[in-house]
Write a protein that binds this ligand. Structure first.
Ligand SMILES: [Zn+2]
Length: 270
């Protein structure tokens, strides 16, 4: 926990309860990629389609030829751009390279990380030695940290943090998944960031329904934002369609200079 952010919470009478999983995943994902600016690849619509694919999120492995149609990249230019991006993701170990191998003894099909494969590989089922076929295509599986993080909405949190970082690169600290408690009420805040002198609190949703649960969550988070004298409150989403996002924010108050909806989809790409 950044001490300056924690101090702002405690000065307003909150007890800091730690970081929820989503927050830890977000920071771990950034560590894997080196730093927050490296997360710009999340702005690429092609890659978001891969990260949001249900089978990718279940840990299924895909060859490059299988990944390509998932992204909708059709022109030669977009295909070569996608190729470079996937190459980069493999280099960062965000996409792990390996082989899907079939065991002729127990019939199990399992994906094996490149590092665990040799001419003979021990079957994860019956433990027999499987010899590699003469021809096999690499397939790629999403890093488990990314699987868990993406399932919990890390893409929106990281894109929001990135946007705020770009507004104040010289003095930026952030914390995601902050759990704070006051008067017996616990609140989880997706993102708290200090951008120079500005203190920003954000609620981040990949997608949302404009319903009571969302309004309750927004009410709790904006209460904390006011208590800690935040400069700004942001409701950020990857959902397409501006109207819906603004309607959700209107559920708690009129749009003011203090609060705004941030629609991250369709931002300029890497
Ligand atoms: Zn086997």
């Amino acid at each position: 926990m950044d001490s300056a952010i924690r101090a702002r919470l405690e000065a307003a009478g909150y007890t800091y309860l730690g970081q929820e999983n989503k927050g830890r995943y977000c920071h771990g994902m950034v560590t894997l990629c080196t730093d927050l600016p490296a997360m710009r690849f999340l702005r690429e619509e092609y890659l978001l389609r891969i990260f949001f694919n249900a089978k990718v999120r279940k840990g299924h492995a895909f060859t490059y030829s299988e990944l390509k149609p998932m992204t909708g990249a059709k022109s030669a230019e977009s295909a070569s751009r996608l190729y470079a991006q996937l190459h980069w993701l493999a280099g960062r170990q965000i996409l792990l390279r390996g082989y899907s191998l079939h065991c002729p003894v127990c019939d199990l099909d399992v994906w094996y990380d490149l590092a665990s494969v040799g001419e003979f590989t021990t079957c994860q089922g019956c433990r027999s030695a499987i010899q590699l076929p003469l021809e096999a295509a690499f397939s790629f599986r999403l890093n488990q940290l990314f699987i868990e993080g993406m399932k919990q909405g890390a893409a929106t949190v990281l894109l929001t943090a990135l946007r705020l970082y770009e507004s104040s690169p010289a003095a930026f600290v952030w914390q995601s998944g902050v759990r704070a408690k006051k008067h017996g009420q616990e609140t989880e805040i997706d993102l708290v960031a200090l951008c120079g002198e500005r203190l920003v609190v954000a609620e981040c949703k990949d997608n949302f329904e404009d319903d009571t649960a969302l309004h309750d969550q927004l009410r709790r988070t904006t209460d904390v934002a006011r208590d800690i004298d935040a400069t700004e409150f942001i409701f950020a989403s990857l959902r397409e369609g501006e109207l819906e996002a603004i309607q959700a924010l209107r559920g708690i108050e009129a749009l003011t200079r203090w609060s705004r909806a941030l629609l991250l989809r369709g931002e300029s790409s890497v």
